[in-house]
Design a protein around this ligand. Structure first.
Ligand SMILES: Cc1cc2nc3c(=O)[nH]c(=O)nc-3n(C[C@H](O)[C@H](O)[C@H](O)COP(=O)(O)OP(=O)(O)OC[C@H]3O[C@@H](n4cnc5c(N)ncnc54)[C@H](O)[C@@H]3O)c2cc1C
Length: 304
């Protein structure tokens, strides 16, 4: 059967607002959702040959994409789903596009403990590895064993990086600084637990989050990193900034570290509100808030 060339599997001028949970962002010059690891590798090679900038996104749940959109090729891996779970050993192999809540549920049903915290994080396995996503006392680094990655700048194939090579820290990994594409991840979870009990803990974690965070409106979760030992949300709330709005962007009245899109927000609205909150917090508390959310594209006033 003839194989379709990579460039024929791309679309042009696709709105990235449809691929971010904030529902903002301009068009991708070129866009594709590879359905297999091989297709992803072929598309990355095409971008290399054409000298196009390349980036891979997951569920877009930690992204602020500029209104001007993105030059080059944007790949979204949400079609690269699936996982293999060995309940006896606790080993879990997951494709990078597998939603991390789906994986958490599957692990719970297999009697595997470790990912109960992940159920409320609307990202992918790849995004969780890049961000060292975590919540409610757990994080990706606690359970990840290795990732299979592709370096799109090199012509060779995928290779494995051990967790010890990923420089995990609070919401940080080496994968944020290097242009490596995560294709899959392997976790070692704790086996032999009662599936009903793990599922109950997983569900309890989800309901405690949905009752305290604005899950009904488009957001990217926590906008700012916590300036440990302080909590960004508390610093913002103490200044009475809940409900502060700029265009269609608003500091959530439910959780001050969330900025929600109340309808029709632009990326510029969100960016300006981020800067306003940073300025207010700095002027009163003398603390610089740094963003957890990743910006893609050009933001005229620079990046904090
Ligand atoms: C309602 C809500 C609640 C949230 N709660 C939490 C929380 O409790 N804890 C937490 O840590 N986060 C939370 N988040 C933020 C977000 O879900 C996490 O950061 C998540 O890990 C991002 O995954 P993603 O697949 O959406 O990545 P994206 O947002 O698509 O991408 C994030 C970054 O990772 C890169 N990337 C993604 N996939 C790959 C890949 N396969 N290979 C290489 N690079 C890749 C992207 O290029 C980008 O730089 C929340 C978000 C929302 C909307």
């Amino acid at each position: 059967m003839p194989v379709t060339p990579a460039h024929e599997r791309t679309l042009s001028q696709i709105s990235l607002a449809d691929f971010t949970t904030w529902k903002v962002g301009g068009p991708a010059e070129w866009f594709a959702e590879p359905a297999s690891g091989e297709e992803l590798v072929a598309l990355a090679r095409w971008a290399l040959t054409e000298k196009l900038p390349l980036r891979l996104i997951g569920a877009g749940s930690n992204l602020l994409v500029s209104d001007g959109g993105l030059a080059g090729l944007t790949l979204c891996n949400r079609r690269l789903q699936g996982s293999v779970i060995d309940a006896a050993s606790g080993l879990v192999e997951a494709q990078a596009g597998e939603p991390i809540p789906t994986l958490a549920r599957k692990a719970a049903r297999a009697g595997l403990s470790g990912l109960e915290w992940a159920v409320g994080i609307p990202g992918t396995v790849g995004g969780a590895a890049v961000m060292n996503a975590g919540a409610q006392g757990g994080c990706t680094a606690d359970w990840l064993q290795e990732v299979t990655v592709l370096d799109p700048g090199r012509g060779d194939g995928p290779f494995v990086l051990q967790a010890s090579e990923l420089e995990f820290d609070y919401r940080h990994s080496r994968l944020q600084a290097e242009p490596l594409l995560v294709l899959s991840a392997r976790f070692r979870l704790s086996s032999g637990h009662d599936p009903a009990e793990i599922s109950r803990r997983t569900s309890a974690n989800l309901s405690s989050r949905t009752s305290s965070q604005p899950y009904q409106q488009p957001s990217c979760g926590s906008v700012f990193r916590n300036p440990e030992p302080r909590k960004a949300g508390q610093l913002i709330e103490q200044l009475g900034l809940k409900g502060l709005a700029l265009g269609g962007a608003m500091v959530s009245p439910i959780h001050a570290n969330f900025i929600v899109n109340t309808g029709g927000a632009s990326a510029a609205d969100i960016e300006q509100l981020i800067r306003l909150v940073q300025q207010r917090v700095f002027s009163v508390h003398g603390i610089e808030l740094h963003t957890e959310v990743k910006r893609l594209g050009d933001f005229p006033c620079g990046v904090a």
